[in-house]
Design a protein. Structure first.
Length: 295
């Protein structure tokens, strides 16, 4: 998406600059502060930004397809918020919030901008395309109360992982007591086994952004071992390490979890002990299956 100055926007719209500023002020996209034009929350919500250079100092830029004279006629955005206006509510940058949306599986990085996933659509997201061909997502106002988003913003970790799929609360607590996350990886993650250290370190060496014990973008309280957000046009990928194959209870849990991944059409890489022995021979090939190329 290309951003242009207010002067340039007036030329695109073929409207005198003074008339354009009058309209921006009337619609509360901008206001005057200390004899300068500054953006309001409404101006940020339509993706206006403050920019600066040595010659002109600080000034406002807008999407090149923005037209304040037809905003009231455009019902497409009524009641919807963009990442900038949502980020303001949580004292975040839009860039950080977009990454969080990606981490919880609601959006994926597109060639130009962000595109909506089926999970994001279920959460109420609406994909919008700029005249330039770039895409972004708008969200209903209710999204700020969404529990999955709140948990991600708080970086909430599971206290009883997968408690709804086959383990009772007591069994889950026993699992966590038996396998506490007290092993540190090279990028600072705390994991539960030597195998998970090897997997995490491999992802770190491959230069892949990743998370440990990330909640799946579904209503059930289910967590993956590792999560790789979408990148360079690829889809998000989840990694599970099955480390207790001889345990009947664990085997049943594994089966249920595999079904959850399949039912929700989530990209899953499954690893076990034989992969860990020569991980660099296996993991790059498995990642490539989902469009992720590593050296």
């Amino acid at each position: 998406m290309k951003k242009v100055s207010t002067t340039r926007l007036s030329k695109i719209l073929n409207i005198p600059l003074g008339d354009l500023f009058d309209k921006l002020l009337e619609e509360n996209f901008v206001c005057r502060k200390n004899d300068n034009w500054v953006l309001t929350d409404k101006g940020m919500a339509v993706e206006g930004e403050m920019s600066a250079n040595d010659k002109f100092g600080e000034f406002i830029v807008w999407p090149d397809d923005f037209n304040p004279f037809i905003m009231k006629k455009n019902n497409e955005r009524t009641g919807l918020m963009n990442a900038t206006s949502i980020a303001i509510r949580f004292n975040l940058t839009p860039q950080r919030l977009n990454l969080i949306f990606s981490e919880i599986g609601w959006t994926e990085k597109a060639i130009k901008g962000w595109q909506l996933t089926p999970f994001g659509k279920k959460a109420g997201g609406v994909q919008v395309e700029h005249a330039s061909g770039g895409t972004y997502v708008l969200w209903p106002k209710e999204i700020i109360s969404n529990q999955l988003l709140k948990d991600a913003l708080n970086d909430k970790q599971p206290t009883e992982p997968d408690k709804n799929i086959s383990l009772s609360g007591s069994e889950s607590n026993c699992f966590r007591k038996k396998f506490p996350a007290n092993l540190r990886t090279k990028d600072g993650h705390m994991v539960r086994s030597r195998a998970e250290v090897i997997i995490d370190n491999a992802l770190y060496h491959y230069g892949l952004a990743h998370a440990y014990e990330r909640k799946l973008p579904i209503e059930e309280d289910v967590y993956s071992d590792f999560y790789i957000p979408s990148q360079n046009g690829s889809h998000a990928v989840y990694i599970e390490f099955w480390g207790l194959e001889n345990d009947p209870g664990y085997a049943e849990r594994k089966k249920v979890k595999q079904e959850i991944y399949a039912q929700n059409d989530l990209n899953l890489i499954e690893l076990d002990d034989k992969h860990i022995e020569n991980l660099d021979d296996h993991l790059p090939r498995l990642l490539l299956k989902y469009g992720i190329r590593v050296e």
